[in-house]
Design a protein around this ligand. Structure first.
Ligand SMILES: Nc1ncnc2c1ncn2[C@@H]1O[C@H](COP(=O)(O)OP(=O)(O)OP(=O)(O)O)[C@@H](O)[C@H]1O
Ligand SMILES: [Mg+2]
Length: 147
């Protein structure tokens, strides 16, 4: 049975500067497992994509003055597994399978390429996306680091 060796929870306003904050925090949090440069890069990139999605898509319907938040919760296990859950209370996704299709985007033409979920999927060992329209979205990802 794997055991948790460390965990953290973080709440950040959904503003663009916080994608970089989330990347830095996850790096510092994982350091305990001595990840390789590649492993660290993979997790940083996946976390960045998930947080950016909350910032760019989840709260686009909020009116001026309303603040949306991104919730990040991460765990390290004694089998060298890292799990990161990133969620929001935003607009949600009507069709998750469609949203996960490479090149699918609801972003402004030319601004986004619809590759975020593909990046998360390829850089992590598993990706689980749960969403309820009008309620929000939760992305759970795992990666097992090399021994
Ligand atoms: N947290 C979220 N809340 C609401 N909709 C989301 C969320 N995350 C993703 N989506 C929807 O899923 C689509 C696909 O996301 P994905 O990250 O793959 O591509 P993108 O964000 O559009 O482009 P890219 O990530 O390449 O800049 C988005 O265009 C958006 O419609
Ligand atoms: Mg994206």
């Amino acid at each position: 049975m794997k055991r948790i060796i460390n965990e953290m929870k973080l709440r950040l306003p959904a503003i663009s500067v916080n994608a970089a904050v989330a990347r830095s925090v996850i790096s510092a949090f994982m350091a305990e497992l001595n990840p390789t440069v590649d492993e660290l890069g993979d997790v940083r990139c996946a976390v960045s994509e998930a947080v950016t999605n909350c910032i760019v898509h989840a709260y686009k319907l909020l009116t001026d003055g309303e603040i949306g938040y991104v919730y990040i919760s991460a765990r390290l296990y004694d089998n060298r597994e890292v799990t990161v859950e990133i969620s929001d209370n935003g607009c949600g996704i009507e069709d998750v399978a469609l949203a996960r299709t490479p090149s699918y985007t609801t972003g402004e033409y030319g601004e986004r390429c619809g590759m975020g979920f593909l990046v998360m999927e390829s850089f992590m060992d598993s990706l689980n996306v749960k969403s309820r329209p009008g309620k929000g979205t939760t992305v759970l990802m795992r990666k097992k680091l090399n021994p």
